[in-house]
Design a protein around this ligand. Structure first.
Ligand SMILES: [Zn+2]
Length: 250
């Protein structure tokens, strides 16, 4: 079984993988360090991106002709929406863009053929900072904010009431249950606040949106089964974005 985590490769084993017939794609999981309700860990978005990347590796193996590795994650992002909450660490957008661009440059210089930035922290300024890294065809972004992929996800996701709600909580329960406090999750009341609607109306922070516990949606309704299915759809998104930007049939 080939090693799918870039960080576990040695220089020699990576050279061998790159020298093989199949072009190597690096998937970079991207998230943020920010509050996700009273029941999920601060690293939730990174967990979601990493789980989708691992699943996508399996799909790449099955479909060919590409082979994918999961690169070390970018665990901090632009998180101004969570301003005022303990545990929110925000990086200025130009700093994030320059950092991620340098990561892409380094991976491509190693002989990796394509880098896909897999982002599941959906704050618009963060998404824009990541998309600003795409200066050449060898870099793509996979993020469910795109309408094309959003429509493949759950009803709660499409409603925009999806910060640490049923959508994200289900994925974390499936991918990393140690990030979930079940005794709190199961008693949380639904918070039907749409972040996308609030953001379009110019309301930019969780506190101003009325999310005093830093979640929206219905975490008590989350299930492992739904999380498993959503990870599969996010993996299909990654494979689709990469194949499209390389010019292969999606
Ligand atoms: Zn999140």
């Amino acid at each position: 079984m080939r090693e799918k985590f870039l960080a576990r490769h040695t220089t020699a084993s990576l050279q061998q993988l790159i020298g093989d017939k199949r072009a190597v794609v690096a998937l970079v999981p991207i998230g943020s360090t920010e509050p996700h309700g009273p029941h999920l860990g601060l690293g939730t978005d990174v967990v979601i991106s990493a789980a989708a990347c691992v699943r996508a590796c399996e799909t790449f193996d099955k479909r060919g002709p590409l082979v994918a590795v999961v690169a070390p994650a970018v665990s901090y992002g632009v998180t101004d929406c969570a301003d005022g909450f303990t545990g929110a660490v925000s990086i200025p957008a130009p700093v994030l863009t320059a950092y991620v661009q340098a990561i892409c440059d380094g991976l491509l210089a190693s002989g990796i053929k394509h880098v896909c930035l897999v982002n599941n922290h959906l704050e618009p300024a963060h998404d824009a900072a990541i998309r600003a890294c795409v200066r050449e065809k060898q870099i793509s972004v996979a993020c469910p904010l795109t309408r094309k992929w959003a429509r493949t996800l759950s009803a709660e996701f499409k409603s925009g009431a999806c910060h640490a709600g049923r959508y994200e909580t289900s994925i974390v329960m499936a991918a990393a249950p140690e990030f979930v406090d079940e005794s709190i999750r199961t008693v949380l009341k639904p918070v039907p606040i749409s972040l996308s609607e609030k953001l379009s109306a110019g309301v930019n922070t969780f506190s101003a949106m009325g999310m005093e516990l830093a979640y929206a949606g219905d975490p008590a309704a989350a299930t492992v089964e739904e999380g498993e299915a959503l990870i599969g759809r996010l993996a299909d998104m990654i494979v689709g974005e990469v194949r499209e930007s390389i010019g292969l049939p999606v």
